[in-house]
Write a protein that binds this ligand. Structure first.
Ligand code: AHR
Length: 330
């Protein structure tokens, strides 16, 4: 009798364990994996949520942390470098295993990165680089080649406009690596087409509202001067989408009256290309979670890493958007 009762209660307990286990599969699988008994604690200092791209990057890092059973300390700096510096100092005080940093601007990181190095906490840079005199202050950088992206956009536009016309430029956040490099790459690409000129260039801070506001001002100024704008080059899709709105509100047709080219390749950009309002976007993948945590695990284990891993990017335009839209992941 006693044995029967024991058998019954054991079976119920086993069933319960199975149910709980299946319900929490990723976390439990991670606990049973290499991190078992010693889960990594990683601080992630994110810039903010200025664009759809940025939100996709945050999601990629967060979901990869869950998959691997890593405890992630996430901070959103609201676009401010001082908030990122504060967050890094907090991570150091908390003695995290590693820090993932997406730096808002290129300069001003030396002191805090020296503090992380002195505390023997590896720093992995994702998406944007920093300008430091000693590159041992970070372990590795995982990012796209922003100069190449700008060049690809310019070469596509030069063909589209037959090498002639006036372009307005919507720059990203002042001092950020993508704003600096996408400008540089675009100018390099235009060097082969001297008939193409950037007539106005201002920052829209990588936001849709910023892109719209700056484009409204550009259109107004051009109208006042009786000048024509043939194309807009936006350093990201969100600003291009804002510019498209401004062009429509000015009674013009984006995509034909004014050609619109941008960078990122987010879902909304594909929708705009299918609708005919955006002409072209150069991909910049935000899906950096898997590579970032591979780097974290290697850095913590003391395995050497390359100083930089470049993410491959492609270009999409209205001729390829419809086929590609269904398989886009962000
Ligand atoms: O650093 C990558 C850039 O930052 C993306 O192009 C942009 O959308 C983001 O905010």
């Amino acid at each position: 009798m006693k044995i029967q009762r024991w058998l019954r209660s054991t079976a119920v307990a086993a069933g319960l364990c199975l149910a709980v286990g299946l319900g929490n599969l990723p976390a439990r699988a991670a606990e049973a994996g290499p991190a078992a008994g010693k889960r990594l604690i990683v601080g992630f200092s994110q810039i903010g949520a200025e664009s759809a791209w940025r939100t996709a990057e945050t999601e990629s890092i967060r979901s990869e942390a869950v998959k691997r059973g890593v405890r992630l300390r996430f901070t959103d700096a609201q676009q401010k470098q001082e908030n990122q510096i504060k967050a890094i100092r907090t991570f150091i005080a908390q003695k995290v295993s590693a820090i993932i940093l997406a730096p808002v601007v290129e300069t001003g990181w030396e002191p805090v990165l020296k503090e992380a190095k002195a505390a023997q906490i590896p720093v992995i840079l994702v998406d944007r680089g920093v300008s430091v005199s000693d590159d041992s202050l970070y372990v590795t950088l995982i990012a796209s080649d922003f100069v190449a992206e700008g060049r690809m956009a310019a070469e596509w536009l030069a063909k589209k406009l037959n090498g002639k016309g006036s372009i307005v430029e919507l720059q990203g956040t002042v001092g950020s690596a993508p704003a600096i490099d996408r400008k540089k790459g675009f100018e390099q690409g235009l060097a082969a087409a001297p008939g193409l000129k950037i007539t106005r260039s201002e920052s829209g801070d990588f936001t849709r509202a910023g892109g719209k506001q700056v484009m409204e001002a550009f259109l107004k100024a051009a109208k006042g001067e009786g000048a024509k704008i043939e194309a807009v080059y936006a350093h990201n899709d969100d600003m291009a989408l804002g510019a498209i709105q401004a062009i429509q509100e000015a009674g013009l047709k984006p995509g034909s009256d004014i050609i619109v080219v941008s960078i990122d390749a987010v879902k909304a950009a594909f929708e705009a290309m299918v609708a005919g309002t955006l002409n072209c976007t150069v991909e910049c993948s935000p899906l950096l979670g898997p590579a970032a945590f591979d780097a974290v695990e290697k850095a913590v284990a003391g395995t050497p890493l390359p100083k930089q891993t470049i993410v491959e990017d492609r270009l999409f335009d209205q001729t390829t958007a419809r086929d590609a839209i269904g398989s886009r992941k962000y």
